[in-house]
Design a protein around this ligand. Structure first.
Ligand code: GLU
Length: 273
């Protein structure tokens, strides 16, 4: 059975782009007699607000995108992410990183050939192979992407729009799997939860295509099942910028108050497939 999910972060209001993402997931499930789930990606507890959890569900209901079951909250599931991290530690493919953001920036500025990925500079590997940790600093945990790649061997994933894609484990460098302040990360939590919720089709914006390379590596290392993917196109504003939380005028709440027909403002989801 097809199972999809919409995974908003309750750190702001839903905007048109979210409505589109939610509809892609909703319609794929409903057109196939499947289940559509909601999961709050709220691990960044310093930025979440109660009113956003409530507002997001109200907006979804108003949009006619009814979900199945109780929405999950990642903050309720931190022990599962911890277990996954311990497993990765036992495989020897993660390492503690003590760098501050500023230290990383300084190091990158001093390199003649700073490593680059599709989303900008990559972590230069400062703490990889570190012998003695600095005293009294809590580490973040990073994936040793090269080591992980050697362990998994070649991998692919299938995207309904982009076809079969060969995984490049080092595309985003040694990504953080557990931030020092929250103990997990988007990458780790999303693969654990997609498996736990038995998501068959992960639908999300194509800005996250790069992340899927890492997710396939983690799924393999954690022996989790492999979902199908659909990375849909992003909704842009009139100047060609992608919508963000600052686009308050395009929040679903504002459009609802103005009595707009949201679906008239958006392309049909099938044009994304
Ligand atoms: N929380 C992400 C977003 O709002 C979704 C990530 C995902 O679907 O994997 O864009």
């Amino acid at each position: 059975m097809i199972r999809t999910r919409f995974a908003p972060s309750p750190t702001g209001k839903l905007h048109l782009g979210h409505a589109y993402a939610a509809r892609v997931a909703h319609d794929l499930a409903r057109e196939n007699g499947g289940r559509f789930l909601v999961r709050f990606e709220d691990i960044d507890h310093t930025r979440v607000r109660d009113e956003f959890y409530r507002g997001i569900l109200e907006d979804l209901r108003w949009l006619g995108l009814e979900w199945d079951g109780e929405p999950w909250r990642q903050l309720d599931r931190l022990d599962h992410y911890q277990t996954a991290l311990e497993h990765l530690k036992s495989l020897g493919i993660v390492y503690p990183c003590y760098c501050t953001r500023r230290e990383i920036e300084t190091e990158l500025a001093n390199l003649t050939h700073a490593p680059h990925g599709p989303e900008g500079p990559l972590y230069p590997g400062t703490c990889r192979g570190l012998k003695s940790p600095p005293p009294q600093r809590e580490p973040a945990w990073r994936l040793n992407a090269a080591k992980a790649a050697a362990m998994t061997g070649p991998l692919t994933f299938t995207d309904q729009r982009h076809g079969v894609i060969t995984v490049e484990p080092e595309l985003l460098g040694d990504v953080i799997l557990a931030r020092k302040d929250i103990g997990t990360s988007y990458h780790l939590a999303v693969v654990v939860d997609d498996a736990a919720q038995e998501i068959s089709h992960v639908t999300r914006g194509e800005d996250l295509l790069g992340s899927t390379h890492i997710h396939r590596v983690l799924q393999n290392l954690l022996q989790l099942s492999e979902p199908c993917y659909l990375h849909h196109s992003l909704i842009m504003d009139e100047s060609g910028q992608r919508l963000a939380k600052r686009h308050d005028a395009l929040s679903i709440e504002t459009l609802r108050e103005r009595g707009e027909d949201v679906w008239n403002l958006l392309p049909s989801p099938s044009s994304s497939e």
